[in-house]
Design a protein around this ligand. Structure first.
Ligand code: FAD
Ligand code: NDP
Length: 588
């Protein structure tokens, strides 16, 4: 009766839940778990902004601390996250004073949830410092049914297969260049997709196995199980068969990474694939549409085109948001020159199965509808950390409600003592394998005594976009530098260049370009370095190290190049944009 009354009251009169109203005592009077939950829920719905007030929090804390609330309540409260995640998390933290009384399988100094780039590095380093460490890794199959082994995104559905497909595409270009070097290449070099896919899959499987062996060697316990929090220091493991067991952890590292998101468009999950699936397609993708405009989209479009497929990219806004705009444009130009089609300012509105194809409908910027059939549609519209099922509320860990990432305090610490987050799951950090791995190793050094001051430096992290013409960069884009220091205080040096290897086969080098962004004051601290051309990753790695050591334009000017390379272009005299001089290709 009470429940029905308050439910009705909540609907009719939101004033019942004004901030000054002591709904905790109201709920208390009801003496009913379910009723209390409804009251709290309604209050949050009516006044989410007021729920941030300390006063209300104190009331809640008192209410939860008095121990009336059972475990079940905490679980239910996690639902509140849908309304107001931050407050829900804090309420749950107050409520979960209860100790776990189930059976603990084992106690570890470190439990790592997630066996990807960050988690594996952290656990191994911790074990090498004498900690009892374990890793829990579980891969939920993608909606298209793809699953994989230990090692996380990088090894299975990221960097490694991507780079190998990219390599295959470059090799295919090589066949076209070879006649210029005197090779008699048969008319058509055919790709056998199953062989390519199978060989790459064999390699990633060998890496899965390698990771298992190396965990064993380093004395890190590995569980193929899904981890979630019961309390801040008790982790529930669920095996693929559904068996549950519990571990006690002195420290927990959350390294669960992310998974591709699906747009809220009819047929997206049923008829499209993502980067989780593209590397292990049993038959060639043929005519493909890639939706999205960032790293994953452009890299995939690039290698599929390089392998000879008909590829279209659908952009809703700009390509490669966050990167140097001028270079992003050159990348798209280069891909277009290679045959990739771009649908600009378009949004998909439906994906339907149609006679073995996927019929895609979309709207352009003027609202006009279009449709076309593709054999394969890959969605690359971003990734989301897989934090929802971790029961973080049971541990009181703070989550950024907008993107589901964990909020880092002073590096990789969360708001809860002894619980840390590394890699793609950490808010505001680069989503890159070496970042996750380095942060993991340094965290282990810090927690397990090797170096209490060891800290990850997230600045000037070099990266490469493996598009057909690779783009390597470190530091700021031109726009970022202007925004931060003002245009008058920045010097931009730039040049177009022609790689030697482009001459004989007469490859168009229109987009081979580099740019160095420095402070204007002598000696010209290098703030950003950008290289668009062959092997950009290899070129930029060393310059990234130099930037960490305080690279200046004066040092670059004194440096001697290695001839003939593309990297030497970065130590040649370049023209400034300010001078207005032509940055065109110079002589050898
Ligand atoms: P992950 O590697 O994603 O590992 C997390 C692991 O935790 C996964 O195995 C996951 O299944 C598991 N897990 C999740 N939840 C649970 C749970 N509750 N219990 C147990 N296990 C769980 N980076 C680069 O530096 N260079 C590149 O060239 C590059 N290319 C990429 C290409 C693609 C297509 C993609 C998608 C990414 C690429 N990245 C690249 C990014 C890189 O892969 C990630 O930054 C990196 O893998 C992040 O590591 P992580 O440890 O944070 O998470
Ligand atoms: P990003 O979040 O970087 O990009 C998502 C893209 O999808 C953007 O172009 C975005 O457009 C677009 N988009 C978002 N929502 C929609 C929608 N509803 N409809 C159409 N388009 C949409 O994600 P990625 O998956 O490409 O990359 C994730 C991370 O993985 C990267 O940040 C990177 O750190 C890492 N990575 C690294 C690689 C490397 O090192 N070489 C390679 C691949 C990935 P908009 O700009 O308008 O928001």
């Amino acid at each position: 009766t009470a429940r029905a009354f308050f439910q009705t009251a909540a609907t009719l009169s939101p004033h019942l839940y004004e901030p000054h109203f002591n709904f905790a005592s109201l709920a208390d009077k009801m003496g009913d778990l379910q009723g209390s939950y409804i009251v709290v829920q309604k209050a949050l719905k009516a006044y989410p902004e007021h729920m941030e007030s300390q006063e209300l929090l104190q009331q809640l804390k008192k209410y939860f601390d008095d121990g009336k609330f059972a475990w079940e309540m905490i679980g239910k409260l996690s639902l509140l996250r849908g309304l107001n995640r931050t407050i829900g998390t804090r309420i749950c933290a107050c409520g979960q004073r209860r100790n776990f009384s189930g059976e603990i399988e084992e106690t570890f100094d470190l439990v790592v949830i997630g066996g990807g780039s960050g988690g594996l590095a952290c656990a191994k380093q911790a074990a090498s410092l004498g900690a009892r460490a374990c890793v829990l890794d579980y891969v939920a199959p993608s909606p298209a049914g793809t699953k994989w082994g230990l090692g996380g995104t990088c090894v299975n559905v990221g960097c490694i297969p991507k780079k190998l497909y990219h390599r295959a595409a470059i090799l295919n270009e090589g066949f076209h260049e070879a006649p210029a070097y005197g090779f008699d290449v048969p008319g058509k070099v055919a790709l056998d997709w199953p062989t390519l896919m199978g060989n790459i899959l064999s390699h990633t499987k060998s890496l899965n196995w390698g990771h298992r062996v190396s965990l064993k060697d380093k004395k890190v316990r590995y569980y193929n199980a899904f981890g979630s929090f019961v309390t801040p220091d008790v982790i529930k493991m669920k095996s693929p068969k559904g068996e549950e067991s519990f571990l006690k952890a002195k420290n927990v590292v959350i390294a669960v990474g992310g998974r591709p998101v699906y747009p809220d468009v009819e047929g997206a999950k049923e008829n499209c694939i993502t980067s989780d699936d593209v590397f292990t397609l049993k038959s060639p993708p043929r005519k493909s549409l890639i939706v999205g405009g960032s790293y994953v989209a452009l890299e995939t479009a690039g290698f599929l085109c390089g392998l000879g497929f008909d590829v279209t990219v659908m952009l809703r806004s700009i390509p490669l948001r966050g990167f140097d705009r001028e270079i992003a444009k050159l990348i798209v130009q280069n891909m277009e020159a290679r045959g990739v089609k771009f649908l600009r300012r378009c949004l998909p509105s439906g994906f339907r199965k149609d006679d073995g194809n996927v019929k895609v409908t979309w709207k352009d910027k003027d609202g006009a509808s279009h449709s076309e059939a593709f054999k394969t549609v890959m969605l690359a519209v971003g990734r989301r950390p897989v934090t929802d099922a971790l029961n973080l509320s049971n541990a009181g860990v703070e989550v950024n409600t907008e993107n589901g990432k964990l909020v880092g305090h002073d590096g990789e610490s969360t708001n809860v003592n002894g619980i840390y987050a590394i890699g793609d799951v950490l808010d505001g950090r680069q989503e890159l394998t070496p970042v996750a791995a380095q942060a993991g190793r340094l965290l282990a050094d810090r927690v397990f005594g090797k170096d209490p001051s060891a800290k990850m430096d997230y600045s000037a992290v070099p990266t490469t976009v493996f598009t057909p013409l690779e783009y390597g960069c470190v530091g700021m884009s031109e726009e970022e530098a202007f925004g931060k220091f003002g245009e008058d205080n920045i010097e931009v040096y730039h040049a177009f260049y022609k790689p030697l290897e482009f001459y004989l086969p007469q490859i168009d080098a229109k987009q081979c370009y580099l740019k160095i962004i420095t402070g204007r004051e002598k000696p010209g601290k290098v703030l950003g370095l950008h290289f668009l051309g062959p092997n950009a990753g290899e070129v930029v790695q060393g310059f990234g190290v130099a930037m960490k050591a305080g690279l200046t334009k004066a040092i670059l000017d004194r440096s001697v190049g290695i001839h003939p390379t593309n990297a030497e272009e970065l130590v040649k005299p370049l023209v400034t944009k300010r001078s207005g001089a032509d940055p065109a290709v110079g002589a050898c």
